[in-house]
Design a protein around this ligand. Sequence first.
Ligand code: COA
Length: 187
Amino acid sequence: MYPISRHSQRLHLRELRPDDVEGMFAIYGDPRATEHMSFDPRTRQDVEGIVARSIASAAADPRQEYALAVADTGNDGGRLMGFGRLALDPHQPRAATFGFALNPEVWGNGCGTETVRLLLACAFEDLELHRVWGARSPHNTASARTMQRAGLTEEGYIREHVQRGGQWRDSVTHSILDHEYAAAAAG
Ligand SMILES: CC(C)(COP(=O)(O)OP(=O)(O)OC[C@H]1O[C@@H](n2cnc3c(N)ncnc32)[C@H](O)[C@@H]1OP(=O)(O)O)[C@@H](O)C(=O)NCCC(=O)NCCS
């Protein structure tokens, strides 16, 4: 499906554009944002490559990856303040893994929960998936609270799932199913 475009009260989930590099670098280049991720802060050149690959992946048929900008609701698609990604799961039909990150300057205002809800709307309403799941670092309590607020259930641990700085670490997984999303959306 292309293009994805979904609005919430404050945010616009849309396709990435080449001029999103600066906004993405403000996230992926910031050690606060990458503290619990699987990689060290990225260089600007790394981010240029990620944005270019993400834009190219949107043209794949069938599309397997939805690497999307989380922007404000300003004119011309708005300014990027976050990033969200749904990747179709090759091990299960109608399932995707997801991830999200926001510019640290906007943390603590509920935009993370709004972002996850937009990604779930895309997954369940646009793509008609059955299950969405994400993995976080055990120390990443902010993302645990965000996923819980958006209706995901904590599932358990994947042992030694991620390697960073030469060290293995576990991940904690969270998931939501289509009927759980529908019940939450109905209020
Ligand atoms: C995880 C992350 C997206 C959370 O972003 P966020 O916008 O701070 O998250 P939330 O939407 O859940 O909001 C957080 C706080 O805002 C508060 N808040 C303030 N105003 C609010 C409003 N209008 N609506 C809702 N919540 C509001 C909430 O109460 C919450 O506080 P608490 O967590 O102390 O209970 C952000 O920390 C991040 O980008 N981290 C780095 C990347 C990362 O870890 N990604 C997840 C990988 S699994």
